[in-house]
Design a protein around this ligand. Structure first.
Ligand code: HEC
Length: 235
């Protein structure tokens, strides 16, 4: 670039920056407020399984369906009776869906409870009022089994202890099924009966104790215990 062109370029950049200032826009183009919002009123059941290490959030997702674009943390309600209204501001054009989800502090998706497709219009959205079962089996499947167990308990050649925890099999592998290595003759999972659910013993006492650590272990245990207490439904 010769000197004159460079001067012209700098002048133009300054001018456009200043005009942006005049309009009160201080963000670079890709974060200009779209003005589009999504609002949802949520009810939550079984708050004992509320994530403590990760966070419950309302998120927007793009085409891949797994990488959050926007994340708004949802504070734990004080009781199940309390409805929570959450708004996600400034939706981007590439939004394909909005989900109630558990996400890590690094904003990775752990589990999406409920997701709402979003079309490409510019209108703000009011999503249907929704009840979230915090202690759902599908959250256990994604957050626990898919993430940390199926590499060993994954069917065919890698079914450690003859226990298949892949999505199609896990529920039926566990519910009211006798655990062959339980000295007390426990089932893997007995709905409503924490003391007759060997799945908890394995995570708490055996050689599986290191799979989850610290706060994440507490979160996962609370999730599984709450789910069993609530009747261990396939939900
Ligand atoms: C590194 C491999 C590995 C991973 C990961 C793993 N397991 Fe295991 N698991 C085993 C092996 C091997 C056995 C069989 C132990 C035995 O026979 O004494 C076993 C046994 C079990 C049993 C008892 C089965 C019986 O025979 O009574 C349960 C329940 C279980 N695992 C659940 C889990 C869960 C839940 C996860 C994920 C949080 C998990 N395992 C992750 C290797 C693994």
């Amino acid at each position: 670039m010769n000197k004159r062109l460079k001067y012209l370029f700098i002048t133009c950049t300054c001018l456009s920056l200043c005009s942006a200032c005049d309009e009160g826009k201080i963000y670079p183009d890709d974060t200009i407020d779209s003005g589009r919002t999504a609002t949802v009123t949520l009810h939550f059941t079984h708050l004992d399984a509320w994530p403590q290490k990760n966070s419950m959030s309302l998120i927007s997702l793009g085409e891949d369906g797994v990488t959050p674009i926007l994340v708004k943390r949802i504070l734990e309600p004080s009781s199940e009776a309390e409805a929570v209204t959450v708004t996600l501001n400034n939706l981007t054009e590439n939004t394909h869906s909005i989900a109630v989800a558990v996400v890590t502090s690094g904003m990775s998706l752990v589990h999406a409870y409920q997701s709402f497709p979003v079309n490409a219009s510019e209108e703000s959205l009011t999503l249907p009022e929704t009840t979230i079962e915090v202690a759902s089996f599908s959250r256990i499947q994604t957050q626990v089994f898919n993430a940390k167990c199926v590499m060993c308990h994954g069917g065919s050649t890698t079914t450690a202890g003859d226990l298949d925890l892949t999505a199609a099999k896990a529920y039926n592998s566990l519910i009211n099924v006798k655990a062959p290595h339980s000295d007390e003759g426990k089932n893997y999972v007995t709905p409503g009966d924490l003391n007759n659910s060997y799945l908890l013993d394995v995570l708490e006492h055996d050689n599986h104790i290191d799979i989850f650590n610290g706060a994440e272990q507490r979160e996962v245990r609370a999730l599984i215990r709450t789910w069993i207490k609530a009747g261990a439904e396939n939900n």
